[in-house]
Unconditional design. Sequence first.
Length: 159
Amino acid sequence: MTKGLNRRLPAAIAIIFLLLGIGGCGSLKGDIPAEIVAAAVTQQTQQEQIALWQQLAAATDIAPQLSVNHVKVRRVRQVKVATALAYEVTGTYRYRLRYTDRSPVKQSRVPFSLILQRPTAADPWQLLQTNGSFENGQSWRWWPLTGEPEPAAAETRSQ
C-alpha cells in the first residue's frame, strides 16, 4: 500500500505544480496585449521627447526619429480612475533616437509607468494621464491605443 502511494506522490506533486503554473499564465499581464503596452510606451515617450525637444529650442525643426522596443512588463496592478477600473503597468523598455546630422542615441532599461484602461470590451485600450497627483487628479487626458505606432489625438475628461 505504501509503495503505491510513494509512486503516486511525485506525480501528484508534479500535477499540482503544473496546474499552479497554468493558473499563473492567466494573470493580469496576459489581459493587456503586448502591442497595446508597446503603443502606450511609444506614445508616452514621444510626448516626453517632444517636450524636451521644444525646451531645448533646437536649431533645426527636424525632430529625431524615435523607435521603442524590448518593452518588458514587470508589474500590473488594478487601480480606480473615478469609478472605472484601470491598470497601472510598470516595466522597462529600450529606445533609439535617430538624428539627421549625428549618430543615434540608444538607451536601455528605461523605466516606465502607465495607466491603461479599457472601458468595455468593444472599446479600444486607452493611455491615461492626469494633470495632478494620481489620488487627487481632477482631469485626465487619454489617447486611444490600437497597437499602431501613431496613436490617435488626445481627449480630456474632467471628474
